[in-house]
Design a binder for this molecule. Structure first.
Ligand SMILES: Cc1cc2nc3c(=O)[nH]c(=O)nc-3n(C[C@H](O)[C@H](O)[C@H](O)COP(=O)(O)OP(=O)(O)OC[C@H]3O[C@@H](n4cnc5c(N)ncnc54)[C@H](O)[C@@H]3O)c2cc1C
Length: 474
């Protein structure tokens, strides 16, 4: 497998350079300051365990800040207050159904159980206020359970997590790119070496390590090798996702899992480079190709839609919708930004829409007519809508993009990294995009929100495990 660009490596020794002094030791180290790493840090703080976060960037953002910041969770205080009946069992069933039973069952159970308490803890102890998104259901979710901070953006989510970390004085060491994992003869991680912008390498010792440095979406060579259908796709995530965790895992003899799993998105506006919410499709919008033809059932999910869009002429499609859907779309900050950037085109008639797309008018008229039917289904088994799309129309030119990878280090339900025989490493944990997710091993297994679910629930569980390891040591 192709190595990441920063060539992370494993160093075998009983001691590291420069860590004899006690101040160069932290009980738990966390590599990566995204949603996973910062959640883990806050939970460790609450458990009374000292930790530090090492983050390669000057500000902790990661893919989490590029995301919409939507996190699915059952049974939270916010969801109960909204009067929604849900349970971890129901959520787990939805996750498993989307992945057609191919998502790791132990993680599905663990994450579905943990995410509610995790969001409640972030709210009660660190002031993150959650609201449940209203008005539509994401594909595959049987009830409304998508949570967001009031900003409804990943930047808002990360800003609140980072403020919470600062408020309780957790050391957040930025511009620190972890390159080395130091491991002793018992396969215990004894610390890390991290590069500084001036080229120096510093070392920190630890009793346990949490890898929260996401996956390999930012490593084109690994994408070409492991996700060949996305080799030419745009990557909309954080370029620091270079596959470091996988490289360390391989060098240590760790097991990898679900490497073919990933989140794609079939609604990435071009040339603006912006996310157009899939809520538009769930509410009756459709995708047509350059020939004016509808080419898939949009309600199956935005992840697999990425592959369908990329298979169309020119690898592009048009999202077509009308005024009522535009009103809903404008409740999403991502969409508002995309509209401000000129992504949304307005057409008074089918003729104008056909001219914009460059297709035959008659073909487009037939396509639009086929989006409604009395039987509730058309001949292609694509969902049809009770209300026909009506002029004036809106259209956004989109392509399929890679958002993040869902395969990685194999972990148990406590987020302990597993070796080839299934035995956990003594003190190495992984969560979020660094570990395997709950989407199985294919693009269509991704249920909306599985990314931040793995990050936040995984960070919560990994912190609990690290705190337990810390107590056992004392
Ligand atoms: C456009 C877009 C929209 C999305 N929307 C959603 C959504 O609404 N809901 C959802 O569930 N998911 C969404 N996702 C997916 C979601 O963003 C990710 O699954 C999630 O952010 C992963 O969190 P993480 O903490 O594991 O990784 P990240 O947030 O990427 O954090 C990893 C951090 O590790 C740092 N790092 C990496 N390597 C090193 C190293 N060697 N040393 C030090 N630091 C390192 C990185 O700089 C980064 O800050 C979206 C993704 C994209 C791209």
């Amino acid at each position: 497998m192709n190595a990441p660009m920063s060539t992370p490596r494993i160093c075998h020794a009983e001691h590291m350079p420069g860590t004899v002094a006690q101040d160069a030791h932290v009980p738990v180290l966390i590599v990566g300051g995204g949603a996973c790493g910062l959640t883990a840090a806050l939970m460790l703080h609450d458990a009374g365990v000292d930790c530090a976060v090492l983050e390669r960037d000057a500000t902790p953002l990661g893919s989490s800040a590029l995301s919409s910041g939507f996190i699915p969770a059952p049974g939270t205080q916010a969801q109960r207050a909204a009067g929604i009946d849900d349970s971890p069992e129901r959520f787990a069933a939805d996750i498993s159904a989307k992945a057609k039973g191919r998502a790791a069952p132990h993680l599905v159970q663990a994450y579905a159980q943990a995410i509610g308490p995790a969001l409640d803890a972030l709210q009660a102890r660190h002031g993150l206020q959650w609201q449940v998104l209203d008005g539509f259901l994401y594909p595959g979710h049987s009830v409304r359970r998508m949570h967001a901070t009031p900003e409804k953006t990943g930047v808002g989510l990360m800003g609140r997590l980072a403020n919470a970390v600062t408020a309780v004085d957790i050391p957040l060491i930025t511009e620190a790119t972890v390159r080395e994992l130091w491991v002793n003869a018992q396969q215990r991680v004894i610390g890390v070496g991290y590069g500084r912008p001036d080229g120096t390498l510093e070392h920190l010792a630890c009793d346990a390590l949490i890898l929260a440095c996401n996956g390999f979406g930012g490593n084109p060579a690994m994408v070409r090798e492991l996700l060949p259908e996305m080799r030419d796709a745009l990557f909309a995530g954080h370029t620091g996702n270079d596959g470091s965790a996988i490289a360390w895992g391989q060098a240590l003899g760790a097991r990898l899992a679900d490497l073919g799993g990933y989140q794609g998105h079939g609604s990435w506006a071009i040339p603006q480079g912006a996310l157009i919410s899939w809520a538009l499709m769930m509410e009756g919008g459709i995708q047509v190709n350059a020939l004016g033809e509808r080419f898939h059932d949009e309600t199956q999910g935005y992840s697999e839609a990425s592959v369908h869009v990329l298979a169309q002429p020119g690898g592009v499609a048009w999202n077509v919708f009308d005024a009522p859907i535009l009103a809903l779309a404008r409740s999403f900050p991502d969409f508002v930004d995309a509209e401000a950037a000129g992504a949304v085109k307005h057409c008074d008639s089918v003729q104008a829409l056909a001219a914009l797309i460059g297709c035959e008018e008659s073909k487009l008229i037939a396509t639009l007519a086929s989006t409604t039917s009395a039987s509730g289904q058309n001949e292609d088994n694509r969902r049809v809508f009770a209300r026909p799309l009506q002029a004036p129309f809106c259209a956004v030119k989109v392509t399929g993009a890679l958002f993040h990878t869902q395969g990685g280090l194999d972990i148990d339900a406590q987020c302990r990294v597993l070796g080839q025989t299934g035995q956990p490493f003594p003190n190495l944990l992984a969560a979020g995009g660094a570990a395997r997710g709950v989407s199985g091993d294919a693009v269509w297994g991704y249920l909306s929100g599985n990314g931040l679910l793995s990050a936040v629930a995984g960070g919560y569980i990994a912190a609990n495990t690290a705190a337990r390891l810390n107590r056992q040591k004392v």
